[in-house]
Every structure is written in structure tokens, then in C-alpha cells.
Design a binder for this molecule. Sequence first.
Ligand SMILES: *Cc1c(COP(=O)(O)O)cnc(C)c1O
Length: 432
Amino acid sequence: MQYYSTNKKVPPVSFEEAVFQGLPEDNGLYNPAHIPSFTPSFIKDLKNRSRQEIGLEVAKMFIEHELPETVLQEIVSDTLSFELPLASVKQGIFALELYHGPTCAFKDVGARFLARCMGYFTERRGSESTILVATSGDTGGAVAHGFLNVSGVRVILLYPKGKVSAIQEAQLTSLGANITALQVEGTFDDCQALVKKAFLDKAFKRKFNLTSANSINVARLIPQSFYYFHAVSQLETSSPVYVAVPSGNYGNLTAGLMAKKMGLPIARFIAAANANKAFPDYLSSGLFEPRPSIQTISNAMDVGNPSNFQRIYNMYNGDIDAIRRDIAGFTYTDKQTREAISLVMKEYGYLLDPHGAVGYLGVHEFLKDKNGVGIFLETAHPAKFGDIVSESTEQSVIFPERLSNLLNKERNCVPLPVDYNRLKEIVTEVVR
Ligand SMILES: *Cc1c(COP(=O)(O)O)cnc(C)c1O
């Protein structure tokens, strides 16, 4: 499979090239040249396949012969080594719990897949590479964990100071080894802008074999489509299925749209956003207007200029009516998010995190005047946002051990002003 840039000013590349380049040199994003389709019999038979078997079939469609099947099978099995259960919240609404991985966030899936592909390619190439990642919280922890001790790969993370939770910060700064965390005096958008600048700096990029690992990397995107197939495989229904995706940078939603185009019967998606609502506003006005990010309690979704907009726009050839047919947009305030956490606990005994709560609100509102089954993605473990969750539910939250252990570990980070030259100096020092 070839991958093309959404700006179409550079030639298409192989999967391996797209993985290492991260961002094409024309400042676009890589998309698969076409979205492959499954046969109806494969879709019908999903329920008889394990999540790893499904993942392998999806991965093969996008990667074809670039990785030997036995290697790909191992990578997929390892990526999906934890469960992705579909929990019933109330009549007709299910939570797809994506937080059972090592860092308790859905980003574990993409990060583990990318790390394992890159580790394999790096070994085959006999070279070294440096991963530069901007994180609004969860990406960094998942990436750092995914790559920890992968030889030949150095990871440098940029995160906004004071804008990630204590647990998230511990996840970013406690690993050591081949992982370095930079604490940026700015917002997530500043972090993302610094990283973008580095990737557009050809000499610098080449010198350090810079590559990305956030949701713009295709090897993060592809495995995120696995769990939509796995979710539908767990449902026994003949009603239309609607899926709400609590969204920030829109990687998850893009992967869901890919799964739908491959033949997965999802009637429509719900883009559920917090106050950062450039995408829902685009659906209603037809104008995409990026803005500075606004801080909310669902902070992993605080993205004012979602990168994956370009991918979605391209997948639909800019046809906004087609985009509207597949996606409905909803936005919620922090107050509504807290109320949802409280209500869902009180009425149904199900504990939401603030991101999942935005998804729940979306699917709940959408289904008000429709028949159908709703799924929302539960993207983070509620304990990661323990203060908000326990305030809203008036109950304390039990930490899974893999999180509570983190708080006792030694932490290390390097302060970084929003200054590109300083970033270059630090990278040079760290990689040497
Ligand atoms: C990253 C993240 C999101 C948003 O996902 P996108 O793919 O960026 O839209 C939602 N919830 C949590 C917990 C996240 O970490």
C-alpha cells in the first residue's frame, strides 16, 4: 500500500517511509492511497474471531507485504495484549473500554503498534532514530511506554507545563532510559508548533533521523481502526449502530471512518467535543476555523487546531455533505461533563472519566429521537482524573496498581521555553 500526502506536493511513499517520515515534507499528512474493503462474509464472521485475528486482517489490508505476516502477527498480538471490553451502561448504550493497557489510555494501542513496527524497521535498517512528540497528556505516556528500551530509538516528549494531570506527568517523566521529557512553558498548541517546525527543518530532521509518534503517524492511525471492528463483533443487534468518539486531534474518529469505509456497519459517527469545537463548528458552518486551545477538564481533547481534519477532508474529497452524512457533531461544557459523570454513576452505577463522559453525552443526545444501539469510546481510566471523578460522584476512586506505583517513582524533566533554537540545542545534547 502506498501513502500519499494530503497536500499532494510530494510523491507517495511506502508504509515504512510514511512511518519514519511521520509528516510529509509538504506539510500535509499521510493517508493510505485507498481504503481497502472487506467482503460481507468477513464482516458477518467477525464475532467468531478474536481481537488479535481481526487486528491482523485489518493490518494486512494496509501494510500488505511490507512486513512478513509472521512479524505482523506478533506485532498485532503484542499490541492487543490487553482486553477491549464493551460494557453495558444502560439500555442501548455501551462503553467500549479502551483503557486496560499499560498507561490506562486508548493511545496505548496506537503507540504499541507504532513502536513495534519502528523497532522492527530500525533493526532491519541497522540505523538509529529520534522520536519527537508533542503531547497534551496521554499520548506521551503511551508513546514513552510503547518505546521504552526499544533499541536504536530515542524518544523526546514535549508537554505543556501545568496542563497535564499529576499522574500523566508521572507517566511522562518517570521512565528514564531512552525517554526524555521536556516541560514546555506554553500550551499544547505551542508544543505541537515546535514539533512541526522541527519536522519542516530538513537539515535538522535528516541529521537526527527525526520521526513522529503522535496521532499524525499512520502507524498510530491504522491500529486505532482495530477496535471498532472488535466492538461491533461483540454486539448482537440488527439495529443501526452509532458510535460517539470523544475527540481532540481527531485521530480516533479518522480511524473509525476508515473502518466504516472498509465495510464495518456503523450507521453514523458522533464527534463529541468539549469547548474546543472547531470540528463540530465546521459541520454546521462549512468553515474550518482553527483557534487557540481552551483548557477543560477533558484535557486530552483540548486541541484548537485538530491535525486530522486534513485527513478527514481528503478522505471525502472535501465533500461536506458526505462528511455530514457520516458524522454528527456535538459539544459539551465542563459543567455538563461533570453532571454526566454524576448522573451515570447515580442511575446506572457506571464510572465515567471526563473524556468518556463527553462521548456518553454525545451518543445519549443523538439517540434521543432514534432507534439504534449506541457505543461511546471510554478513552481513559477514570482514576487518571480522580479528583474530578470523585468530586462528581462523591465517591473515592480506586487506582489500578499500574497507576499508583507511578507516583512513588523518581521523576526527571527538562524545562523548555517556547523557543525553537533552544529545542534544537536540547535535542542535540540528548541524542549525542
Ligand atoms: C487523546 C485522547 C482523546 C482524543 O483523541 P483524538 O484521537 O486526539 O481525537 C480523548 N480521550 C483521551 C483520554 C485521550 O487521551
